[in-house]
Design a protein around this ligand. Structure first.
Ligand SMILES: [Zn+2]
Length: 558
């Protein structure tokens, strides 16, 4: 298989130059992932800290800022630099405008399908969560929008936080005979039976293609087992290999894994499971412009990750000859809303699903004069605002906020409306709580969570980014071993005492639930108090051993 690096990176932004992708080969797929229920155009700042440690240091996707631009040949100050990096974000956002939005995405899908009408549209999951309307309609707005967009096949993760029954209902009713929800790695407890189809087989130009589904393997650990009490999740390499062999035996000439593992897991999996041509990956929200070839005993598997929030659409074309993939083209296209007129039918669907909530969504909560973003390994200004709110409203000295990767970006001057607040907080387990934790327990908690992010074995990466801390300051050495990463914990300049008890406010704890108000009420109360005019400078730990790590942007170091 020839490894093709597109030569068109760094083009100026006209719609034709960006989006006229000549047809190639005889099999085509379109892929987006992790749209997190974002139906409208938005801003999304890519991370300035995305550290890889051990073998992953400096390896895709653990490159940010200038190192990322250099790796992929993007020039600074181009639309691609804006789409793929955090650099110069506010100015670039003003120049190139918003990204995503389902009506604009729909236009791009139609444009690409005009030259490849056989193309299948694949959604990698995390579509039914991340907005107020998705929460208030139990994902129905996204179910309707996905059908309107013409999604053929999807897998899931946050979908399951609406509960197993809700997912099954959608799959068996709304999606019946229209959209296949696939997951080979979920089984009923005490059996090997899956509640979902493990894969689908389709034909294009007489060529048989198999798409195998891989849902997020750590859903019960990351989000709480209460949502899917009767199902077991896992990476399930052995079952996956058996499925690949099965579809090959049935005549599949192209085998694709629609994966929600996260990119580090996919890179390892690709080196161990044989017979997959391409992994279309998600979950970690990495916008990776070219597929990464990974060798395994049987050949090469290409690993991709297609970003998040509806910001990108991947176009994949395979040239299949003599029963195997002989060549391919991969384009990860930024969805620049201004270059793609809204599709009228999708626009109508969006307006219909939003109309019952319109005035509630648009209600202003607070003025905003800073860049508010979330994504990054340790903290963002949006999360800083949230932990500040938790500490103030709950009268706590320390606050924890989960390391979610979703959450849109607000520019200085963009008001915080109820909708924007919900884009940071809309989950089905939003309760806040105040707990007493000893210094030892706090340290153990941080060690445990940092291991889920920085364990040298990617199969141990069980969730999102690192928990965000308010009040508590610490040092972190990502490349150290478990129980050796966290040090120098202080509160108001005083060392945290192992045996002393501290009052910690938190939210979004998957398993243990409590009676506290939902996080959006707490933040709204804080924003209404008028005391939040200070800039929310992210409390990022002092990082040890990463000074030359290309996953740390130069403007973040020191
Ligand atoms: Zn996910």
């Amino acid at each position: 298989m020839d490894i093709h690096i597109p030569s068109d990176l760094g083009l100026p932004a006209t719609a034709d130059e960006l989006y006229d992708i000549p047809a190639f080969g005889n099999v085509s797929l379109l892929h987006f992932t992790d749209c997190h229920a974002q139906l409208l155009p938005l801003y999304y700042r890519e991370p300035s800290i995305n550290l890889g440690v051990g073998k992953a240091e400096g390896r895709v996707p653990h490159l940010v800022g200038e190192a990322l631009l250099e790796k992929f040949g993007f020039r600074p100050g181009t639309p691609q630099a804006y789409a793929f990096s955090h650099l110069n974000f506010c100015d670039a956002a003003k120049t190139y405008g918003q990204v995503g939005g389902f009506a604009h995405l729909a236009t791009l899908v139609k444009r690409l399908k005009a030259s490849r009408p056989h193309a299948l549209l694949l959604d990698g999951g995390d579509s039914w969560q991340g907005s107020a309307t998705a929460l208030w309609t139990a994902g129905q707005d996204m179910v309707d929008a996905s059908l309107e967009l013409g999604v053929d096949i999807m897998t899931g993760h946050w979908e399951f936080t609406h509960g197993a029954e809700r997912v099954r209902h959608v799959v068996e009713h709304d999606f019946k005979d229209k959209l296949a929800f696939i997951a080979q790695n979920i089984v009923h407890e005490d059996s090997t039976e899956s509640p979902f189809q493990p894969y689908v087989m389709r034909e294009q130009n007489g060529i048989s293609i198999a798409i195998i589904g891989q849902a997020f393997p750590y859903t019960p650990i990351a989000n709480g087992a209460q949502f899917t009490p009767d199902w077991t999740f896992g990476i399930d390499e052995a079952r996956l290999q058996a499925r690949v062999d099965e579809v090959r035996k049935k005549g599949a000439q192209v085998v694709v894994l629609l994966s929600h593992n996260g990119m580090d897991i996919d890179l390892k999996l690709a080196s161990r499971v044989c017979g997959i041509d391409m992994i279309l990956g998600g979950h970690t929200h990495d916008g990776v412009p070219v597929p990464i070839p990974v060798s395994n005993p049987d050949g090469v598997t290409l690993v991709t990750n297609a970003g998040s929030q509806g910001k990108f659409l991947a176009a994949i074309d395979f040239d299949v000859r003599n029963g195997r993939v002989a060549g391919y083209r991969y384009h990860l296209l930024p969805v620049f809303s201004a270059l793609l007129p809204a599709d009228p039918a999708m626009q109508a669907t969006i307006e219909r699903v939003r109309s019952p909530f319109a005035s509630r969504l648009q209600q202003p909560i607070a003025e905003n004069q800073e860049l508010l973003y979330r994504r990054g390994n340790f903290n963002g200004s949006w999360d800083q605002l949230i932990v500040d709110a938790l500490m103030q409203v709950k009268d706590a000295e320390i606050a924890f906020s989960p390391g979610f990767r979703w959450g849109t970006t607000l520019l200085p001057g963009q008001a915080i409306t109820r909708e924007k607040l919900m884009e940071q907080t809309a989950i089905t387990y939003p309760d806040t709580s105040v707990v007493e934790m000893t210094g030892t327990e706090i340290r153990q908690q941080l060690e445990k969570l940092s291991d889920k992010l920085f364990n040298p074995d990617p199969y141990q990466h069980q969730g999102g980014d690192m928990v965000r801390t308010g009040g508590l300051v610490y040092a972190c050495e990502p490349a150290a071993k478990l129980n050796g990463r966290i040090s120098d914990m202080t509160l108001n300049g005083q060392p945290i005492q192992p045996g002393k008890t501290y009052k910690v406010a938190r939210w979004g704890v998957g398993s243990a639930q409590s009676e506290g108000a939902p996080i959006w009420d707490v933040v709204e109360h804080y924003l209404g108090s008028g005391e939040q005019h200070a800039r929310h400078r992210p409390n990022v730990p002092r990082l040890i051993g990463v000074a030359s790590n290309p996953g740390l942007a130069a403007d973040q170091a020191g």
